[in-house]
Design a protein. Sequence first.
Length: 404
Amino acid sequence: MRTVFTDVRVFDGEEVRQSTTVVVEDGLVVRVGGSEPPEGTGRRVDGTGRTLMPGLIDSHAHAQPDDLVTALRFGVTTVMDMGGPSSAEDRATWANRPGSADVRGAGHPVTAPHGHPTQLFAKLSGPGVPDVAAFPQTSSPEQARTLVDRLVSTGSDYIKFILEEGTVLGDPGLPLLPHDAYVSGVEAAHERGYLAMTHAQTAATWIQAAQGGTDALTHLFIDRPHDDRLVDTIAASGAFVTPCLVLVRSFLGIAATEFAADPRVSGKLAPHWAEALSRPMSTWDAPFDDALASVAALDAAGVDVLVGTDASVAIPTTGGQAHGASVHQEMALLVEAGFSPVRALRAATAVPAQRFGLHDRGRVAAGLRADLVLVDGDPTTTISDSLSIVDVWRGGQATSDLTG
C-alpha cells in the first residue's frame, strides 16, 4: 500500500525540510522531497501545519508486551529493553503483534550476588516482576565471562552490567560487582561483538565504568556535581550516555503531576500508569539543576546523549515514568538542559539508531523503514508539540488502521 504525505514539514532525524512530500510504499520510505505527489492510487495524508518525523526510540526501558503497545501510542516505535526476563524469541513475538513497538533487549543484567536490582523484587511477585534467582550474579572474573556467554546464547542484543551500591536509591551498602569481574565481563562482551551497557549512578562508578571499557552509561551520576575530570574521562572513553532525567527528577522527589495531567498524556495511559507517572520515588536530595548542568557539560564535551526513561513496572517501589509518555518529557528536559528542540529530537531518533547499529531506522530517508510519527504543530521549535500526535506508522502500517 502506498501512503503519500503532502505539504508536510519533515524532521528527517537530522535536519528540517519545509513543505515537502514523502512517499511510503511496502513498509519503506521511497521518496523524500518535491512538491508534487506521484500519480497513482494510495492514501493521501495532508501535512499542512504538521510535522512528520522518525519513530521515536526509547534507549532505556524495561518492557512487557502491553508496555510496547502503550509506547507505540506515543510514537515510540522502538524500545531498547535494558534488563528483563525476555528471550530473543519472546521479543520477536511481542514485536510482531499488531499495534506493538519493536524491541531489542539485554536479557537480565549481570550484577553482584544479592546486588541491584534484586533488592527491589525480593519481596514482590506478579506480572512483570522478575525472579531474583534468574539474575546473572557473580563476583568472579571467570564466571562473568560464562554469564556473558549464557546471555549471548539466549539472544541478548547487548550485555548489561550493574555497578550500583545503593547510595542514590536510599539503600546504601548494596553489594557491588568487583572491578575485575566487571572488566572481564565487558571484555567478553566485546570479544563476541556485543555492546556493553553499564548501570551506574555515582561519580565513582562512572569512572569505574569508563576505565572498564563500557560502551554506554545508562543513567546519570547524581551524588555530586560534575567536574572537568569526570566529564573528560567519559568523553575520552567514547561511551554514550542515557541520563534518564525523568528518573532523576523522581529520585529527587519532583512529581510529574503537570505532565501527567496533560490530556495528550492522560488520554493514552491506563489509570495505574497515570498514577505511577505522578508518583516520585524521593530517595535522594540534590538540586535538579546539577543534573541538568552535568548533561550540558557532557554534551559540550562531545558525548552522545540519548533519550531514555527507565520506565519499568508500575509497582510501589518505582514511579515517575510511564512507557512512551516519558520519552516526550525526557526530550523536554534535554531542552531545559540547553539542547535545541532539533537536537533533543535527534537524541530520540538518529543518534540512538546510529549508536545501537539500527541502520534501518531513526531517519526519514529513502530505503529506510517507514517508522513515522505525524504531529500537529512544530516540535522542531516547540518541543512539547511532539505530544500532539495525529498518527503513528510502524513499518508503513498506521496505528489508526488497527484501532478503527
